[in-house]
Design a protein around this ligand. Structure first.
Ligand code: HEC
Ligand code: HEC
Ligand code: HEC
Length: 761
């Protein structure tokens, strides 16, 4: 046994196994497959070199191999090895030659070297000597310092939290739209490693101010010089360090020791104390630090961040809660309901999940505080009755069909025929605070707040959503009927394409014959669809903070001479000015416009990893925009397709005098626009993008919700993705090469076996 374990062949295989496990499973972020294969090849060569270093070990290495090849008694093993060698070589070479559509690898330096001086706010500052004036002027425990931190906090929650997160952990409610993602300030690898002058540079100049290695074209970090004054930037910087507990790095520190490491405050409970030791002052402090910026210092929902969000933060003084498991006659949720909301947050809103920051005892203490705000801390929990669930029936097709019938009667008027939240009743829904409210898109579970399962849908529709028009259904509907609807609602998502999880390539499929111009054409089913999240334009004035149209689904087809794209956007409102549907839902005080969507492409590929800036390009890298706008009845005007050229966000895109090369047509039905764009692959215009089969083309998308008055720069958008015109598979290449290599390997095996047998005999 020991002899076997010490054998060089065994040791080599063991070493390779360990290396593979490390590369494939332990490294984070994971290596792309192509790189993994390269590394493994290099390591195999290295291990072989070591294992065959001298003649003796080389001979020992070869011994068992020669044995299998030559020993007449090992014929079955020899046959198995023969099959394994052929199969292995065939499979490996297939992996190499098969068409591969993984996105090109993009590397970026997260903290590139800053310039030595900076032109900002109309003057030139020396970044090497620049100091935070607040720190220079006031000592850390002075009132003035605390006031500056307080103002910095307010500014942060007006301008930064929706990307960098409420907890400064990089998980704001729009963070997921952007790649690279907004930085996590709690991470010891970010601001704890940086000097305040570095932050000053990054904040004032944003993404576009990065040097090339920082891939400025992809960063959504706004240019704050345009929107905040100098003093405000320093206040925010001071707040960032204060909140996270990190110390800015300074020149003196650099030359001393590495005192920089500070525990990430995000991972630590605020007090680390049990419930019995949490006094009122400690709970107040947690509420002020974590909740007040949204829910208000007095619990009235009027925190500094409140104006930039839909839905608005809950006003705790009303004592009304949306997500509860108590029946319609019980006024309040259970503690467990509130605990769930606070621990897990509310998906699709700004309400974050707190379980990583607050201990259970802290959350329980906050629940008590919330009750005091609403004057219901003295309520007897025994008065709260759970929703009666009955016995959940099996979700049979008959039950689901019955659910559909009931859904049409009880839910369609608000949630729309296909469930996209397009109100069909003609009512302008408002919540108890008098704000317009929109029913949930039931085909998009990604936006459901707390509801995940059929049981939870049952609970929601049973008890309603308090403070909103969503009614309870216990008095009007039997338990069986409610289960039928719940099971039907869970099927509504089946027709929608789930949000892409890290996939970035839209594959255009090659078809013979004409490309469809009708969005309903079944030919579209041949194209794989991708759904991307959109963010409203929160990065540059005129900014927009809430937008109801938050996802776009894309499909692409091409043939010998043209390409067609179909964009699907769930849009509850049909904004065709002057139409009856448009007037029905018009918002007070908003100048409605036409719904519109657009595609952005670079004017040309750069041949490097460099791209135009993801919004409107830049002066060296212009972009093409394909724009479609819905028709209008008043004033009368047909739908519109136009091509625009843009050279950066500071100049409006320029429409072409002649856009006839682009065709576009859109149709709205049941709360969804489907818009088809079509253009020739190659055109004569020098400023047009020319499509190439097999090339990765950056592509981005935008949407304007006309009812909400979105126009010009006020709209929602994605960052860059890829479009790939997939070359048709060449079977001779994909299968022929691996087959030929497998046969070759088989032949070599036979030759080697023959020679080994000779030696044996
Ligand atoms: C639209 C989303 C967005 C908003 C709003 C935003 N940021 Fe950023 N920010 C980013 C992204 C994305 C990055 C990472 C890419 C980069 O470094 O440019 C980033 C990077 C940074 C960095 C660099 C940190 C480092 O470790 O290098 C700082 C500092 C920063 N942001 C501060 C702020 C401040 C302060 C605000 C508010 C005044 C703000 N950001 C608002 C998206 C945003
Ligand atoms: C960044 C803003 C923000 C912060 C910070 C925040 N919330 Fe919220 N919270 C919201 C929003 C927005 C809603 C309403 C969502 C809705 O109406 O669907 C909400 C709703 C709630 C609700 C009501 C749930 C229901 O069923 O109606 C509770 C309870 C709550 N928050 C507790 C907290 C606590 C406790 C904290 C601090 C630890 C906190 N929130 C911090 C934004 C925030
Ligand atoms: C009068 C209008 C109205 C009717 C009728 C109505 N809803 Fe709703 N529904 C709403 C509104 C508004 C919301 C969003 C509430 C919010 O965001 O606070 C909603 C939200 C929901 C949610 C989302 C829960 C979550 O966690 O995000 C579900 C599920 C739902 N409704 C199911 C139903 C079902 C099933 C029916 C029929 C039995 C129905 N609704 C009838 C208006 C209505």
């Amino acid at each position: 046994m020991m002899r076997f374990l010490k054998h060089p062949l065994f040791l080599s295989l063991l070493a390779l196994g360990i290396i593979y496990v490390v590369f494939a499973y332990l490294l984070y972020p994971p290596l792309p497959k192509s790189l993994l294969i390269q590394y493994m090849v290099i390591c195999t060569v290295g291990v072989l070199l070591v294992a065959t270093f001298d003649d003796r070990t080389a001979a020992r290495m070869a011994e068992p191999i020669m044995g299998v090849l030559g020993n007449p008694r090992l014929l079955p093993l020899r046959i198995a090895a023969f099959v394994a060698v052929m199969g292995g070589v065939g499979w490996l070479s297939y992996v190499f030659v098969k068409p591969n559509s993984a996105a090109p690898l993009e590397l970026r330096t997260i903290h590139p070297a800053p310039p030595s001086s900076l032109k900002v706010y109309g003057k030139t500052v020396d970044l090497l000597t620049l100091q935070n004036p607040i720190r220079e002027q006031y000592s850390k425990d002075s009132e003035e310092f605390a006031a500056a931190v307080g103002e910095g906090k307010e500014l942060y929650y007006k301008n930064c939290y929706y990307c960098h997160g409420d907890k400064l952990e990089g998980q704001g409610h729009f963070a997921g739209v952007f790649n690279p993602r907004p930085i996590n300030f709690q991470d010891v690898g970010t601001i704890a490693q940086l000097q305040e002058s570095f932050l000053f540079w990054r904040i004032t100049k944003g993404g576009p101010g990065l040097p090339r290695e920082g891939t400025p074209w992809a960063s959504a970090m706004p240019v704050w010089e345009e929107m905040l004054d100098e003093e405000d930037v320093w206040k925010i910087i001071t707040f960032l360090y204060d909140y996270t507990g990190h110390e800015p790095r300074s020149w003196e520190l650099d030359s001393q020791s590495s005192e920089g490491a500070v525990d990430a405050a995000a991972a630590q409970p605020d007090t680390g104390k049990g419930a019995e030791t949490l006094d009122a002052a400690a709970v107040d402090a947690i509420y002020m630090k974590r909740c007040s910026q949204c829910h208000g210092e007095e619990g009235d929902g009027l925190g500094v961040a409140a104006e930039t969000m839909y839905p608005a933060p809950r006003d705790f003084t009303m004592g009304l809660f949306k997500y509860k498991t108590t029946d319609a006659n019980s006024e309040f949720p259970t503690d467990e309901d509130l605990r769930n909301t606070i621990r897990n947050g509310l998906t699709g809103t700004a309400m974050p999940a707190w379980k990583d920051v607050l201990s259970d005892a802290e959350i329980d203490a906050l629940i008590q505080k919330i009750k005091v705000f609403g004057y219901w801390d003295e309520e007897d929990p025994a008065d709260l009755k759970p929703i009666e669930l009955g016995t959940p029936p099996k979700a049979t097709p008959e039950l689901i069909a019955r659910g559909r019938e009931l859904f049409v009667k009880a839910c369609v008027q608000c949630h729309g025929d296909e469930g996209r939240g397009n109100i069909t009743s003609g009512k302008r829904l408002k919540d108890d605070a008098g704000n317009r409210i929109w029913p949930r898109n039931l085909t998009r579970p990604e936006t459901w707040r707390v509801t995940r399962t059929a049981t939870q849908v049952f609970q929601r529709l049973s008890t309603g959503i308090p403070s909103t028009p969503m009614p309870e259904h216990t008095t009007t509907m039997s338990i069986e009927d409610r289960w039928a609807i719940a099971d039907y609602v869970m099927t509504l998502r089946e027709g929608s394409v789930p949000l892409s999880q890290g996939e970035t390539v839209v594959k255009a499929v090659r078809v013979d014959g004409d490309l469809p111009e009708d969005p309903k054409d079944p030919a579209w089913d041949r194209a794989p669809a991708m759904t991307f999240a959109m963010s409203p334009n929160i990065i540059k004035e005129p900014r927009l903070f809430t937008s109801l149209n938050d996802m776009v689904t894309v499909r692409a087809l091409y043939n010998d001479d043209s390409i067609a794209l179909r964009l699907d956007v769930d849009d509850r409102t049909f904004s065709v000015p002057g139409s009856e549907l448009e007037r029905q839902y018009a918002l007070q005080g908003v100048d409605a416009t036409r719904d519109a969507v657009a595609v952005q492409l670079p004017q040309a590929l750069t041949g490097t990893s460099e791209k135009p800036w993801f919004r409107h390009g830049d002066k060296d890298n212009p972009v093409n925009m394909w724009y479609w706008a819905a028709p209008s009845q008043e004033p009368q005007s047909p739908e519109m397709a136009s091509v625009l050229d843009a050279t950066g966000p500071n100049k409006p895109p320029v429409p072409r005098a002649d856009s006839s090369e682009l065709k576009a047509h859109g149709e709205w039905k049941n709360g969804r626009w489907q818009v088809v764009f079509k253009r020739a692959l190659k055109t004569d215009a020098a400023n047009d993008f020319q499509f190439e089969e097999g090339a990765y083309t950056p592509i981005a998308f935008a949407d304007w919700d006309g009812l909400a008055g979105e126009k010009g720069g006020r709209h929602s958008f994605t960052s860059w993705y890829w479009l790939l015109l997939e070359p048709e598979e060449n079977p001779a290449r994909t299968y022929g090469i691996p087959a030929a290599l497998a046969v070759l390997a088989g032949l070599l095996f036979l030759v080697a076996a023959r020679r080994a047998r000779k030696r044996y005999s």
